[in-house]
Write a new protein. Structure first.
Length: 182
C-alpha cells in the first residue's frame, strides 16, 4: 500500500430517504454533511456517499459495508430519525454497533431544541462498530450544520480512542478537544 493510499481517510455519508433514493427529489442533506466536513477537516479525506431507501435491512447492510469493507473511520447518516413508521435509522445503527454513545443524541437534541420545539421527537444517536464511529443526524440541512457543530468537537478524539486515523481539524472553523499529551 502506497503512502498516498494509506493517508486517504474515508468518511461515509449515508442518506436514508425513500423519495431521494427513487429520484423523486434531490438529496440536499448528504451534500450538506460534505460541505460542513470540508469546512471542519484539514485532513485529506474521501467521501463514500450513498442514498438508500428507509429500509432497516438495507440500512444495516450499508452501514456494515461502509464500516467493514470501505473502512470508513466515520459514517454520518441523515434521515430516518423521527417517530414515523419508516424512520428506522437509530434501530439499524444500534443493531450494527458494538457500543452506543447516547451523549451525541442528547447533545444534538439539546441544541436543536433551541431552534424548534419538535426536536424532542428526534431520535439521533451514535455508536461504534470496530474502528468506525457512526453518527445519526437529522434530515434538514440547517439542522445538520447545527448538530455537527454541537458534536464535532468530540469526534476526532473519539476516533483516536477507537483506533481510527488522526483527523486534523481546521481551528478557524471549529474547536475540537483532545487531551494534552504529557
Amino acid at each position: 500500500m502506497g503512502t498516498a493510499e494509506s493517508a486517504r481517510i474515508k468518511i461515509g455519508i449515508l442518506t436514508s430517504s425513500d423519495r431521494a433514493s427513487k429520484g423523486i427529489y434531490e438529496d440536499r442533506s448528504g451534500p450538506a454533511i460534505k460541505e460542513v466536513l470540508n469546512e471542519y477537516l484539514k485532513s485529506d479525506w474521501e467521501p463514500v456517499y450513498k442514498v438508500i431507501p428507509d429500509d432497516r435491512e438495507t440500512i444495516e447492510s450499508t452501514l456494515k459495508e461502509m464500516s467493514d469493507d470501505e473502512q470508513c473511520c466515520m459514517i454520518v447518516t441523515t434521515g430516518g430519525t423521527g417517530p414515523a413508521p419508516r424512520d428506522v435509522m437509530p434501530e439499524a445503527t444500534e443493531a450494527v454497533c458494538e457500543k452506543m454513545l447516547p451523549g451525541f443524541g442528547e447533545q444534538m437534541r439539546s441544541v436543536s431544541l433551541q431552534y424548534v420545539p419538535t426536536a424532542i421527537l428526534s431520535r439521533q444517536t451514535a455508536g461504534t462498530r470496530g474502528k468506525t464511529l457512526i453518527v445519526n443526524l437529522p434530515g434538514k440541512p440547517k439542522a445538520i450544520r447545527e448538530c455537527l457543530e454541537a458534536v464535532f468537537p468530540a469526534i476526532p478524539y473519539c476516533i483516536d480512542l477507537i483506533g481510527g486515523p488522526f483527523l486534523e481539524h481546521n481551528p478557524e472553523a471549529i474547536h475540537v478537544f483532545r487531551p494534552k499529551e504529557k
